[in-house]
Design a protein. Structure first.
Length: 406
């Protein structure tokens, strides 16, 4: 089994942090960040709205619960410490309120921490003028942030156990089933496979807004209204498509994913995230925000190993608290593999929750026409399997749907 990277102890307790009086904000700092062990009176006077206090020890991902801004120090020459810091940034959910003071700074480590979503990375000992500029930006954003409606939508991430397993096709067809021609919940498929995504093509939503367009817009992403911007498919499902042009994986960041998911949860009841095969800081954030992970594979020996690898990685990243639905796609049919479900289940340590039959001709026809499976043939074994998957993803929605018959 893979070993988890070093992380600061989840049980480590920093000094008790409490919110100051109304109208002020709390900055918790690591004394190591300052040459004199504490911010100068000049810096404190520059930010009367901030109450400065020492963090009093190694910070954890929960430290932001009692502070608005954190200033933490880390040794860039220690891969173990940097790995632990990156994990804390991901788990905090508010990495953009963390300023990092980096000793033994180098470009690669600085870029990595910025990609993890840190507000800024400053060399140690911290320059107070540089820190002041960063704090002005953070505090200004916090003070101007308007309260937004509560986000309550369910987020389900489709994760591939290797490429070519048909995860995207399953995601869009489940979305069509759940949307139920506009009679079901509000459903949106978000194609986060930014390099090879095809969800919009699978439902022939040619004028779909793409992730690339979202990234190029100005303004606060978390305040965008996607319900009105995304045109519904005939099934009632909406698609936020992958970029039309090839973009690097690091075009997305954890902060962008946080803001995007927050906006989508306000506008939709169910959000299906179609993730790339690669693991990045931002795919971790997407998984951490999920109410369920759907892991899609096929019935082959190599895929059994890939399932086990993904499950191990989920465990080492401490995502095992999120329910996982294991799906075997393209089972049986005209392409038997000679590998049994029982043998693969034994190899990966758990059974499949849903087995999807290999009705490739029907699925390909639906993809080529950009329609829901039921448009072509009602009551197929393929559709029934996807209805089962939909019931696991959103049992309330499935229960509320009218009886459609076969």
């Amino acid at each position: 089994m893979m070993r988890a990277p070093f992380r600061f102890s989840r049980n480590a307790v920093a000094e008790e942090l409490s919110f100051p009086t109304p109208g002020t904000r709390h900055l918790a700092f690591d004394p190591v960040a300052f040459a004199d062990g504490a911010p100068s009176q000049a810096l404190r006077g520059q930010f009367p709205q901030l109450q400065f206090s020492s963090l009093g020890g190694a910070w954890t991902s929960g430290s932001l619960k009692g502070a608005d801004v954190l200033l933490v120090a880390v040794d860039g020459a220690s891969p173990v410490d940097v790995d632990g810091l990156c994990i804390n940034l991901r788990e905090s959910g508010r990495a953009d309120q963390v300023v990092i003071c980096l000793t033994n700074a180098d470009l690669a480590t600085t870029r990595r921490l910025i990609r993890e979503g840190a507000a800024d990375v400053l060399p140690a000992p911290v320059s107070e003028p540089a820190l002041a500029a960063t704090l002005e930006r953070i505090v200004g954003r916090l003070e101007t942030a308007a309260p937004l409606p509560a986000a309550s939508g369910q987020v389900v991430s489709f994760l591939k156990a290797g490429g070519g397993v048909g995860s995207t096709a399953l995601a869009v067809q489940v979305a069509a089933i759940l949307a139920d021609n506009g009679r079901g919940p509000r459903v949106c498929v978000v194609d986060l496979d930014v390099q090879f995504g095809s969800a919009a093509m699978y439902l022939d939503v040619q004028d779909s807004i793409t992730i690339g367009q979202v990234l190029s817009t100005h303004g606060e992403l978390s305040e965008m209204g996607f319900a009105s911007a995304l045109r519904p498919h005939a099934s009632g499902a909406r698609i936020l498509g992958a970029p039309a042009e090839f973009v690097p994986l690091d075009a997305l960041t954890p902060n962008v994913v946080d803001a995007l998911v927050s906006a989508l949860k306000r506008d939709f009841d169910i959000i299906l995230l179609d993730l790339p095969t690669a693991w990045t800081a931002w795919t971790y954030r997407a998984l951490r925000q999920s109410t369920r992970i759907v892991l899609v594979s096929q019935l082959t020996v190599p895929h059994a190993h890939l399932i086990r690898r993904q499950l191990n990685l989920i465990e080492t990243q401490r995502l095992e608290d999120i329910p996982i639905t294991l799906v075997c796609n393209r089972c049986g049919g005209d392409n038997p593999t000679g590998v049994s479900l029982r043998s693969v289940a034994g190899a990966v340590g758990r059974p499949f929750d849903v087995t999807v039959p290999d009705e490739r001709k029907l699925m390909n026809e639906a993809i080529n026409q950009g329609v829901a499976l039921s448009t072509l043939r009602r009551g197929s074994k393929l559709e029934k399997a996807l209805v089962q998957l939909g019931e696991l993803i959103a049992p309330k929605a499935a229960t509320a749907k009218p009886n459609r018959g076969n």
